[in-house]
Structures are given as C-alpha cells and as structure tokens.
Design a protein around this ligand. Structure first.
Ligand code: ACO
Length: 317
C-alpha cells in the first residue's frame, strides 16, 4: 500500500483558550501547560459533511486520479448528526455522480485512521479495490458538556483524507483493542419503544484523564516498539513519529521513552486541539504540503483512543 494523495479541512471558527476562559472556570495558563493546546477550530456555520468533502476532494486532486478511479470510500468517524446514512455516503454524494464506489464508516475512535489503513491494505492486497479514499472526519466538540472544563477544552473539529493504492510503502501495521468502556465514553439517546424505555439514556463525554494518559503512553510505546522490532528498524532511523494529537505531555512522554529529539515529533495540536481520528491525516497533509515529508522518509504512526483501541504503522513515503 502507498499513500498517493492527501487533503485536510478545518472549520473557520478559531477559539482561543482566553475565549474559553470567558465562560468556563479555566485559563490559558492551565490549558496550555497541561495540554499544549492554544487554539482549536470549532464547527459553527459550517458542517462536518462539507469539511469531509473538501478534504476528500483535496486528497483526490493531489493524488492525480479522477473521482471515478476511487473504488472504495472508508470514513473514520466516531459520531455525527446522521446515525444513518453513513458519512461516507454523504462524502460520495459530494464528489459527484461519477463516483459510485461502495462506502463504509468505521468507528475506531482516535485510532480510526490506523484502522482504516489496516482495512484498506487488506482490500488492496486481495484486489478488492485499486484506489481507496480514506476520510477521517470528526466533531468531538459536540460530545462535550460545554459547562465542564475537564473535557471541553481538549477537543477541536476537523477532517483529514488520503488516497491509497497498491505499493510496498506500508512496511508494517498493528491494531489492537481491549474493551474498557468506562475510561472514555459518550452515550447519545435513541428513541424509546413500547418495550424499552431506557433508550433516551444519554451522557456527555466522560473521560478518566489520568487513566487515559497512562494507557496512551503505555500502548503507544508498545505499538511503536513492536513495529520497530518486527521490522528490525532502529528508532534513530525514523524521520518522523506522527502521533495522535491529543496532548503535548503524552507526546513528550513517548518521545522521552524513545530518547528521540523533539524535531522528530511534529505537532499541530497547539492550533487544532484533539481532532480525534482526523489528527494524524491532517498532520500528514500539512507536512506533505509544507515539503517536510519527502520520498523515501521513514514514518512511524501511532494513535490510541476510546475502546480502548490503538493502532500503529511503519511506512516509507
Ligand atoms: N481548567 C482549569 N482547571 C482544570 C481544568 C481546566 N480546563 N480541568 C481540570 N481542572 C482542574 C481539576 O478540577 C483539578 O482540580 P483539583 O486539584 O482542585 O481537583 C486540577 O485541575 C488538576 O486536574 P488533573 O485532572 O489532575 O489534571 P492533569 O494534570 O491530569 O490534566 C488532563 C488533565 C489534561 C485531562 C490529563 O489528564 C490528560 O491529558 N489526560 C489525557 C486526556 C486525553 O488526551 N484524552 C484524549 C485521548 S483519547 C481520545 O483522543 C479520545
């Protein structure tokens, strides 16, 4: 598998820590020192479907393929306003009538991009598809109770996309899951029926921050070390470690364990907050368009999220 095109799109509305401190008992100092986040983008007059379509079109254009060359669409999304139809079918509609590929959504939480890569690789390897569009589109700010400073300050909305095709660039991948539904969860209501009156039960995002922090560092180290050992790669030979953009202190801790310099860990969480599964493809798109990622570079991707799920990939650009 190899990535041949990238794209991303962010909402227009930029919200600073100081703006949050205007209605929450928080401060720029607390948020930036505990998380590294300074601003985030929030959907307001724009919507997630349009953001996802913009990112998808940019990825297709940079891949140099036509819309009708896309023969599968995989969308990574935790939740959006539509329970059905899937967001991937909404993206397909935005690409125009020439696109008639099968579509599927997956919920791999913040590791969704790595789960999508894993599935896409299997489809390519078995000739089920030739060019697959992966779009990670997330609006986690809409899971939060905006009276709760513990969660609402952490997230941002956004979309990142890639087009993948056959090739030898994906050297190794790894996805894991361990059912732990209490560490991060968000419950949305469904309709009651005459036989079940519990469907309206809902809960805005709950997160045990300390547990998530510890599990994130431990699981990411495990995925990265497993992939490096499997491929007999020295950590020094990796050009960039592209980690899920959740929290600067998590990234710093992983970097210190790996004993690698800060330049190898590009970040954008300062500007966008935690955009869930969109964070890594948005980061890749920015690095590619900025000329920072060059052909032949060795990249390590690693993400973790609610579930608890994790994913990692070692790839040659
Ligand atoms: N502003 C000001 N004070 C706050 C805020 C805030 N926004 N949020 C919490 N506090 C307070 C707490 O109430 C607590 O006060 P107390 O001591 O009086 O009880 C104090 O700050 C310290 O709180 P802690 O939870 O100990 O702060 P910590 O240093 O652990 O940082 C954080 C919290 C940032 C959530 C951290 O635990 C963390 O980063 N965890 C990982 C979270 C994460 O990355 N989640 C996403 C990954 S998974 C995914 O992407 C879905």
């Amino acid at each position: 598998m190899k990535i041949i095109g990238t794209g991303s799109a962010l909402p227009e509305k930029e919200v600073s820590n100081d703006m949050l401190a205007g209605f929450l008992d928080t401060s720029d100092e607390w948020i930036s020192t505990r998380t590294g986040i300074h601003t985030r983008r929030l959907l307001s007059s724009d919507n997630l479907g349009d953001l996802a379509i913009t990112a998808a079109k940019a990825a297709i254009e940079s891949a140099g393929v036509n819309v009708n060359d896309i023969d599968y669409i995989i969308c990574s999304n935790v939740a959006n306003n539509y329970v059905t139809p899937s967001l991937s079918t909404i993206i397909q509609g935005g690409l125009g009538d020439e696109c008639s590929s099968p579509c599927m959504d997956l919920n791999g939480a913040c590791a969704g991009f790595l789960y999508a890569i894993d599935i896409a690789e299997a489809f390519l390897a078995t000739d089920r598809a030739k060019n697959i569009l992966i779009v990670c589109a997330e609006e986690p700010t809409k899971f939060c109770d905006w009276h709760e400073r513990e969660t609402s300050v952490l997230f941002g909305d956004g979309a990142g996309a890639v087009v993948v095709t056959g090739g030898d660039n994906l050297l190794a991948r790894r996805v894991t899951a361990k059912s732990l539904k209490d560490v991060i969860y968000y419950k949305r209501p469904l309709e009651n029926t005459p036989y079940d009156r519990s469907s309206q039960d809902q809960k805005t995002l709950v997160m045990k921050g300390h547990d998530v922090f510890r599990m994130a560092v431990r699981s990411s180290m495990n995925d990265i070390n497993t992939l490096l050992e499997e491929q007999h790669v020295n950590p020094d030979d990796v050009k960039y470690y592209l980690l899920h953009q959740a929290n600067m202190r998590i990234i710093d801790s992983i970097r210190e364990h790996l004993n690698q310099p800060v330049e190898k860990f590009p970040t954008n969480l300062q500007r966008y907050g935690n955009t869930s599964s969109a964070s890594i493809p948005i980061l890749i798109d920015e690095l590619v368009r900025g000329g920072k990622i060059q052909e032949g570079d060795l990249l390590m991707l690693s993400a973790f999220g609610a579930g608890f799920v994790t994913g990692g990939a070692l790839m040659r650009w």
